[in-house]
Structure formats: C-alpha cells, structure tokens
Design a protein around this ligand. Structure first.
Ligand code: 3PG
Length: 220
C-alpha cells in the first residue's frame, strides 16, 4: 500500500515530506494508550487547527489508533512515529499512515519507506547523521532529541555546511521555547508532546487539547 490512497479514508493526495510543514508550525507527537481516545483526540487537534498528527508506535494500540483516526477524521494527515524497522514501516502503511517519522536514520528505514511510497521524516542528531540521510535523498529531517542534542545553537551550526537541509526539531520543546526554533531559517516546523498531555487524555479533556492546539497553531 502506498501513501496515495487508503482503503479506509478514500482518496488522498500524495504527500512529500515538505508538505508536513505546510499545515502549521507544530506537529504533535502523540502517545495513545487507550484506543477509544484516538478519534476524539484527533478531532480535538483538528478543531484547534492542527491536522498533521504523528502517532508514535510506542503502545500496543498505536497502529489501531492510526487506522481509527485516518478513517474517522479525514481532514487529519495521520502518520506513524517511532519507526525503527522495515516491519514497522510496513505495519504503519497497512494501518493507513500517510507519513513516517523515525528517531534516527538507517538505510533499512529509508529503503523500506521508498519501497512503500511512504514519505519519511528521518531523525538525526549529528553532522554525520545529516550526511548519511542526505546521501540517501532526505533533505527534510527531524532533529532529535532537539534540546539534549544542542538545541538552537546546534541548528545554527548545522545551517553552515547543510544550507540545503531543513529541520523539524523535536524533543524537549515547549510552547515557550518553540518560537526560538521556529525563528531559525532552517526550521520549517517543530514537534512536541505538549499538545497532548497524558492527564488530559486520561480525563477526556478534549477542549483543553483544542486550546493547546489553537495556541500552537498561532505560534511563529
Ligand atoms: C519524542 O519522540 O518523544 C518526541 O521527541 C517528543 O518529545 P517531547 O515529549 O520532549 O516533546
């Protein structure tokens, strides 16, 4: 299955990685523990103006959550995060993910995504990793873990040798620090889990999530 059409969501336009930054300044990094949270959560984020959603493959219900969101909330662009193996890529595609995010980059992940037609936002934290990912044709990269790996100064330093590479910093970013990242010319969008706090999900406090999404949409 490619990212161009999902049997459950109907016709969808093909995506390229750069499209992930065209719908707002923040991509939420989502951990779904309970499947019945998936659809109201996606609706709450879309209501706040956030439609590119990364659901991490970190819980037993993650793939089912992707499938449910993609089917019930067609305005959302639902992708799979925490891709670590080719099997993860295939499972994400089967669930209807329209893009993938990996915490690091391997040739195996790159090849699996190319074979599946799944746009990939691969993670990097060093200059050598940028070189490996860009040698395989990736020019839009997740900078992870952003704050621990050098934050804004590191991204400024990477802009010199890698003027043709753009980043989505993720990891340790908050609504307060996001604007510093978004002000950098080589940053297109940031990722973070602050839009979907675990206590709000547990409480079913969807209006709080919509408020957080609205505030995130207004950044930059
Ligand atoms: C992750 O992959 O866990 C993301 O980087 C989210 O990090 P955060 O929880 O610090 O936003």
């Amino acid at each position: 299955m490619t990212n161009t059409r999902s049997s459950t969501t109907g016709t969808t336009a093909p995506l390229v990685p750069a499209d992930l930054a065209r719908h707002g300044p923040v991509i939420p990094v989502i951990v779904v523990d309970q499947l019945d949270h998936a659809v109201p959560l996606a609706r709450a984020l879309v209501a706040g103006g956030v439609k590119v959603l990364e659901v991490t493959l970190r819980t037993p219900v993650a793939l089912a959550a992707i499938e449910a969101m993609a089917r019930a909330v067609p305005e959302a662009i639902v992708g799979a995060g925490t891709l670590r193996t080719a099997a993860d890529v295939r499972a994400a595609c089967d669930a209807g993910a329209r893009f993938g995010v990996s915490p690091g980059y391997t040739r195996e992940i790159g090849a699996a995504c190319r074979a599946a037609g799944l746009p990939l936002l691969p993670g990097v934290a060093t200059a050598g990793e940028v070189m490996a990912a860009s040698a395989d044709g990736h020019d839009f990269l997740k900078f992870f873990p952003a704050s621990a790996a050098g934050g804004v100064p590191m991204l400024k330093a990477l802009a010199g040798p890698f003027a043709d590479v753009a980043f989505c910093p993720t990891g340790g970013i908050s609504v307060e620090t996001a604007p510093q990242y978004l002000a950098l010319p080589n940053v297109r969008v940031v990722g973070g889990s602050w839009l979907t706090p675990a206590d709000a999900l547990r409480a079913g406090d969807w209006s709080r999530i919509t408020q957080l999404a609205r505030a995130a949409s207004a950044l930059r």
